[in-house]
Write a protein that binds this ligand. Sequence first.
Ligand SMILES: Cc1cc2nc3c(=O)[nH]c(=O)nc-3n(C[C@H](O)[C@H](O)[C@H](O)COP(=O)(O)O)c2cc1C
Ligand code: SF4
Ligand code: SF4
Length: 401
Amino acid sequence: MADLKVSLSGVAFKNPVIVASASATMDYRGVAAGIRGGASGAIVKSLFGEKGSQGRSYPRPRFYLMGYKDHPNYPVKINRNFTLSSFEECSHFGYKDYIADVNRAKAEVGDEGRVIASITGSTLEEWKELAQVINETDADWVDLNVSCPFAADLGVKMGAGAVDMSADITRVVKETLNKPFSVKVSPQTQDQSEVALACEKAGAYAINMAARISGFDLDIDRACPVGPGSPGGWGGPWLIGYGIKNVATAARKLSIPIIAGLGVWDWKDIIKYTMVGATLIQSGTGIMLQGYDVTRQWTEKIDQWLDAKGYSSLDEIRGIALPNILTGAQIERAPEKVFAQVDDQKCIKCGVCRRSCFYDAITMTKVGAVVDTNKCDGCGMCAQVCPADAVKVTRPLVKIS
Ligand SMILES: Cc1cc2nc3c(=O)[nH]c(=O)nc-3n(C[C@H](O)[C@H](O)[C@H](O)COP(=O)(O)O)c2cc1C
Ligand code: SF4
Ligand code: SF4
């Protein structure tokens, strides 16, 4: 059995998976259910300061899933590249009830898992006030949510709207808070990794890179946004490539640990985030749609995978992908003799590859698709679209350092 324990700046977690701050952690019941479901901790839904208290009540309905039911075998199989658009800012609780709820959560779970409080202010004074509030709780850790994608729409300097204040917020909270904390940095900025670095320098114990972006779909019959009418949180597993890139970029610059998590849908995503340098990985949408117990399945699968690969702990794979991530200037260009080859036995003669070959290299014949290697550019599109997995695009081996 591999060692799944991780340490976040000296705070031990029994495994790398925590429940993200979202509907699943709206109160102590959710936090307890998440930890009993197998997670090593849970970030409680954020407490907004009084100036953003409008965010404590939500529009109804507020969840919109796009592309979620597209798999022909839904709900047995789910297409993982869906979008969740949601409009739910912070916890329902005011200060007093939040303290009571966090303490109740900690009393429920005890040493079984870590309870992480989450706060969002709209001025430096309010951040200080919220830090004082959290000092009255038994929370093990605190997440500073400077990343809610749409909280600033309330007309306050909050979340992603306060990204320029991230380092100042870190400094102010550090002076007041008597607990270790992470800063949840928004990707809605020029360079998230630079904001993360500024927060590290200002005294953060860890950086949370799992925040979403904002957006909305448009209903063309009504010519208005789908949902309550304004941009909400826009995320889902389709965004994981963005998350992995951002974590990899930050991991090269930071000395403090990273909490990752944007777009986690299965156990492999947790390994991917660990390989680009993350220590803890959170899941919001994944747990909301697959249930609290999914985290136990994930940790079991991670354990099996580590064993099968001969790794004894997550420490052995943390960051191992980083040297293999090249810049655009480093990648090999125009390798020769790369072209598509069709397996006649597999080809079902559907013609899908031909319509997506912009080099006019594919002809449909009685035996199936035939590739003219004089025209083929080796771009790889035919292999990507083929429903029968009949095409291979041969390429020289890429050197992995
Ligand atoms: C319905 C919903 C509510 C959320 N509420 C909060 C919140 O109160 N505080 C916070 O920091 N993040 C909140 N988030 C963001 C999540 O914590 C997480 O960063 C984001 O959903 C990306 O992870 P995922 O792809 O696993 O969902 C919320 C997300 C969703 C979907
Ligand atoms: S690899 Fe590109 S150019 Fe070659 S056959 Fe396939 S789609 Fe056409
Ligand atoms: S997409 Fe695949 S199965 Fe369809 S014609 Fe091309 S090679 Fe054959």
